[in-house]
Design a protein around this ligand. Structure first.
Ligand code: NAD
Ligand code: WQD
Length: 336
């Protein structure tokens, strides 16, 4: 049975991927420093998985702490989620973002190399496509970064490419996520943003549950069918299964890959509002507001490379994404 190290394991995508890896039969060791998640995730995971998860509280940028984890376990692969992810905050605190996202990746890779573990799945993002010239986005589209967060993902991909070029025994998978939303179907784990949500669906969820009064729709004059921004929302459970497929790929192919994880389908802000109202049975009042700086009009994936290479495709639609988000939000109105 292969043993996988999950960094950022108690976070939104990490916690769902943890369950998916366990369900696929992998042994998993989770690491997190709780800088953006709650220890309350762990008993929920235990309940869902039927056993207490193996967990170490550590900062992946701390070489000694990470060395202690690697000294206890022989890992076959690492799935590296740990990073800061707020685009706006990255412009205000660029040094924190470079230190945590780049410093963390460097420490993870150096510790892996020291222990002869050379398979890594890296959380990249559709943000690396900058302003798309052509849709849908294929992996060979031009890349650029318009904020420090995006830079950390581009630099992360570059670091992995260079590591692989220097030593072909390394196998890396850079997964470019589009817009992860939704929650586990049990309603026991889900996205729990601190403070005011930056992203659309958690904000809509908090309006539906009565925590916030009104959604601000950032821009209604984009060149899109209804004037609001269009994105490729992907269910976090599909995303989690994409990671299982990537781990399986690395364990069975002597190759490295960069692939999109999206559905290939774009929805507008107003499509999401309507789908959420239908799923929750609650009104989601909204008002139009100016465009948000740095936003693109539309962005969706060509997901065919992931289908070809990983044998993976997203299967859950927008209605399921909203229903599962609502179950989590309504059962846990204040989060964990
Ligand atoms: P999240 O904040 O919920 O999870 C990240 C986890 O990493 C948190 O639990 C946090 O406490 C932990 N962490 C951060 N720095 C750490 C460190 N130095 N040591 C140990 N733990 C640390 O975010 P998420 O949405 O689950 O995102 C996971 C990854 O996917 C991130 O790398 C993010 O950049 C990337 N990503 C997310 C999205 C998205 O929209 N959610 C989209 C594309 C890419
Ligand atoms: C979606 C749409 C907004 C909030 C971000 C990061 C990206 C990736 C995923 C990490 C846009 C509109 C939003 C609100 C709104 N993360 N919106 N009112 O910006 O596509 O992507 O998360 O890698 O890097 O940039 O996602 O959910 O913030 O916005 O109208 O209160 O919803 O303008 O059109 P985005 P989002």
């Amino acid at each position: 049975m292969s043993k996988i190290l999950l960094t950022g394991a108690t976070g939104y995508i990490g916690s769902h991927t943890w369950l998916a890896l366990l369900a696929a039969g992998y042994e998993v060791v989770g690491v997190d420093d709780f800088s953006n998640s709650s220890p309350a995730v762990l008993p929920r995971l235990a309940q869902l998985a039927g056993a207490m998860p193996v967990f170490e509280c550590a900062d992946v940028g701390d070489p000694e702490a990470l060395e202690a984890v690697f000294a206890k376990h022989q890992f076959d692969a690492v799935v590296h989620f740990a990073a800061f992810k707020a685009v706006g905050e990255s412009g205000e605190k660029p040094l924190d973002y470079y230190r945590n996202n780049i410093g963390g990746l460097l420490t993870v890779c150096a510790t892996m190399a020291a222990h002869g573990c050379r398979r890594i799945v890296f959380s990249s993002s559709a943000t690396v496509y900058g302003t798309p010239e052509k849709l849908p986005l294929r992996e060979d589209a031009p890349v650029s970064a318009v904020n420090p967060y995006g830079q950390t993902k581009l630099i992360g991909e570059t670091i992995l490419r260079d590591v692989g070029a220097a030593d072909p025994r390394w196998q890396t998978a850079a997964l470019r996520y589009f817009n992860p939303v939704g929650a586990h179907e049990s309603g026991q784990i889900g996205e729990d943003p601190r403070g005011i949500p930056n992203n659309l669906m958690p904000y809509v969820a908090q309006v539906a549950v009565g925590r916030r009064d009104v959604l601000k729709v950032f821009g209604n004059d984009y060149d899109t069918p209804d004037g609001t921004g269009v994105r490729d929302y992907i269910h976090v459970l599909d995303l989690a299964e994409g990671h299982v497929a990537a781990v399986r790929f690395l364990l069975s192919h002597p190759e490295s890959i960069t692939v999109n994880l999206g559905t290939g389908q774009g929805y507008s802000v107003l499509d999401v509002v309507r789908a959420y109202e239908a799923a929750s049975g609650k009104p989601v009042p909204y008002e139009f507001a100016p465009r948000r700086a740095g936003d693109v009009a539309a962005c969706w994936a060509d997901p065919s490379l992931a289908a070809e290479k990983l044998g993976w495709r997203a299967t859950r639609g927008l209605a399921t994404m909203c229903e599962d988000s609502w179950r989590w939000q309504s059962l846990n109105p204040q989060g964990f």
